[in-house]
Design a protein around this ligand. Structure first.
Ligand code: FMN
Length: 360
């Protein structure tokens, strides 16, 4: 099979990328409890800069938006100062890097919130699953429903985080609207029972995600803003699916396309359950959006070659393979076996399982 497409450059919105291989956002939980990245992060991302595009790990837009211990933030000047060497390291190696903007909504725990407050959500419905605290994995706390007025404040937090991402030297931002977090909680009718302008119809449930994109695009220009969706995943928070996933996500994709967003990034199928592109009418979503499409979830070399050659996707985002293979692009090019990083060091700790993987 031709390997040309996967290794050829392209343009994603206003961002020139040197190949079609993206590094998927990967939470590694190695920042301080104050959300400040350590110098190791610059080594880690710099080592992976041969990716066409790095989507840096989910990064909290506010203290309230935090649901996991040791995750980084972009809501203080110290956060900006700690991210700046990361973007510099990636740029020095010729790479491109955007940051994933994150508010976890109900996927949080009182011990991670200011003054032990309840996490916030569109509606007071408790999530399943676990979140990671200083005391280990615990079930998420019961959230409280946001008031309509509070939503404007969170919008402002997104805007500020987008500004700080610019100050830190990123090439753009990815709005995290996937994996059971705040924006997906607004989008799905399984987690949004609101009766104001942010709940009910598809248009209303998509309103807040679209307002966030508009706010962030106001800082960056829409052609440097992407958005991640996971229409068919229940994995995080045991979040039930929307009752009409194609209609809901199709509407959102169309509106994002009208705004001229840089890319749509989709976790195809159930997160971590292998690729599920066939479960979703990806082409209908792409058509509704009309811009660049980044596909993710369980891609290997053969599938990535075929998906880029056939035009299924403009880029393929690899998650787990990038953890143990800093030179993943070269390994894919040469068809070298991949190293499988141990899951025990995915979250937390220091250099081990983070920056100490061999290159070929
Ligand atoms: C350790 C780890 C951390 C992750 N952190 C994030 C994250 O911060 N944001 C996100 O959208 N997805 C996150 N994911 C999901 C990945 O981006 C990706 O969707 C998933 O691993 C499937 O892709 P893969 O089969 O190539 O690994 C994470 C996955 C793993 C394994």
């Amino acid at each position: 099979m031709s390997t040309e497409a996967l290794f050829s450059p392209t343009r994603i919105g206003a961002i020139d990328v040197r190949n079609r291989i993206a590094m998927a956002p990967l939470t590694r939980s190695r920042a301080g409890m104050d959300g400040v990245q350590t110098p190791l992060a610059a080594d880690y991302y710099g080592q992976r800069a041969s990716a066409g595009l790095i989507i840096a790990e989910a990064t909290n837009i506010s203290r309230q938006g935090r649901g996991y211990a040791y995750t980084p933030g972009l809501y203080t000047d110290a956060h900006v100062d700690a991210w700046a060497p990361v973007t510099a390291a990636v740029h020095a190696a010729g790479g491109r890097i955007v940051v994933q903007l994150w508010h976890v909504g109900r996927m949080s725990h009182t011990s991670l919130q200011e003054g032990g407050a309840a996490p916030v959500a569109p509606s007071a419905i408790q999530a399943g699953g676990n979140v990671f605290t200083e005391a280990g994995n615990v079930p998420p706390s019961m959230p409280r429903a946001l008031t309509t007025e509070e939503i404007a404040g969170i919008l402002e937090d997104y805007r500020q985080a987008a500004r700080r991402a610019k100050d830190a030297g990123f090439d753009g931002v990815e709005v995290h609207a996937a994996n059971g977090y705040l924006l997906e909680q607004f989008l799905r009718d399984s987690t949004n029972f609101r009766d104001d302008q942010y709940g009910g119809s598809i248009e209303n449930r998509a309103r807040f995600p679209l307002e966030v994109v508009e706010a962030v695009a106001g800082v960056w220009g829409a052609d440097r803003v992407g958005l991640r969706l996971s229409p068919l995943s229940t994995a995080i928070g045991d979040t039930p699916l929307d009752s009409t996933p194609m209609e809901t996500h199709g509407y959102l994709a169309r509106r994002l396309g009208e705004m001229g967003l840089a890319y749509l990034h989709v976790v195809e199928g159930q997160l971590h359950a292998g690729n599920g592109a066939e479960l979703l009418d990806v082409q209908a979503l792409r058509e509704a959006f009309g811009g660049a499409y980044i596909a993710n979830n369980g891609y290997d070399r053969a599938r990535a070659l075929s998906a880029t050659a056939s035009g299924h996707a403009d880029m393929i985002a690899f998650g787990k393979p990038f953890i143990g293979n800093p030179d993943l692009v070269e390994r894919l090019r040469l068809e070298t076996p991949l190293f499988e990083a141990p899951a025990a060091t995915f979250f937390g700790g220091g250099a081990e399982g983070y920056t100490e993987f061999a290159r070929i």
